[in-house]
Design a protein around this ligand. Structure first.
Ligand SMILES: Nc1ncnc2c1ncn2[C@@H]1O[C@H](COP(=O)(O)OP(=O)(O)OP(=O)(O)O)[C@@H](O)[C@H]1O
Ligand SMILES: [Mg+2]
Length: 235
């Protein structure tokens, strides 16, 4: 099957005093539609940098990123943004909800930006909230939701964009183990059911349990995660 997200020979360096420090070193990664990849690695290994590049939020120094069959190489900034907007959604550690919008309005805003009819958007938004088990919280503001509920709204909002690729940087890190497990479960189910290639940075065992593939970023390269068989990894 064609990959939904493909990184080939991707290199990123940051200035480090008078030198350059290589963070991603000729890195390759390919994620199929519906596949959930969980990424780990030490603090500073470059995980967030990898997500930023994979999410077309910054260009690598060299290499190629292909999203839903379109290479970002050769695209100007405007076209790269358009490619990102039409195919990639993000979920953050804290859900980053707009404080003055209710749960359902957070989703409706995405539909509105996509130019959907209001009735279509409302129905899709309610369906997604229902799918994530928070339909009865639809009229609540973020301040009236628990951390786990906010994270579910964040995932529902990401799905509202009908993405080919979902990128999540430590979406379970701020949650207690039980809520982290449920959010991880939802991410896995959502990727599989919606056929989304999902790349998640997570260290907790719950998120790792739902992974189709576990990778570790070390020395600028990806490798199969050797601690995959250890069930209780925290931190
Ligand atoms: N814009 C930047 N300019 C210079 N150095 C940077 C920049 N962004 C990140 N770095 C450095 O690159 C390295 C990788 O950062 P990154 O945030 O990708 O790591 P990470 O694996 O996500 O870490 P953590 O687990 O702590 O979130 C770090 O040493 C960081 O200080
Ligand atoms: Mg990070």
């Amino acid at each position: 099957m064609t990959a939904a997200l493909q990184l080939e020979d991707v290199t990123v360096s940051y200035p480090d005093g008078p030198d350059w420090r290589v963070i991603l070193d000729s890195l390759d990664l390919s994620i199929a539609p519906g596949e959930l990849v969980v990424l780990s690695g030490e603090s500073g290994a470059g995980k967030s940098t990898l997500l930023t590049v994979a999410g077309l939020l910054r260009r690598p120094d060299s290499g190629e990123i292909t999203v839903a069959g379109t290479s970002s190489n050769g695209l100007n900034d405007r076209r790269m943004t358009a490619l990102r907007r039409s195919h990639i959604s993000f979920v953050y550690q804290s859900a980053n909800l707009l404080p003055s919008l209710t749960a359902v309005e957070q989703l409706q805003l995405v539909g509105h930006i996509r130019g959907e009819r209001a009735s279509t958007t409302r129905r899709r938004a309610m369906d997604l909230l229902d799918e994530l088990g928070i339909a009865e919280r639809a009229s609540q503001l973020p301040a009236q939701l628990s951390g786990g509920e906010r994270q579910r709204v964040g995932i529902a909002r990401a799905l509202m964009g009908d993405p080919s690729v979902l990128i999540a940087d430590e979406p379970t890190a701020s949650l207690d183990p039980e809520r982290a497990a449920s959010v991880a479960d939802l991410l896995g189910t959502a990727s599989h059911q919606h056929g989304i290639a999902t790349l998640v940075v997570a260290h907790d065992s719950a998120a790792r349990l739902h992974a189709d593939r576990l990778l570790r970023l070390e020395g600028g390269r990806l490798q199969p995660d050797p601690v995959a068989a250890t069930p209780a990894v925290t931190g």
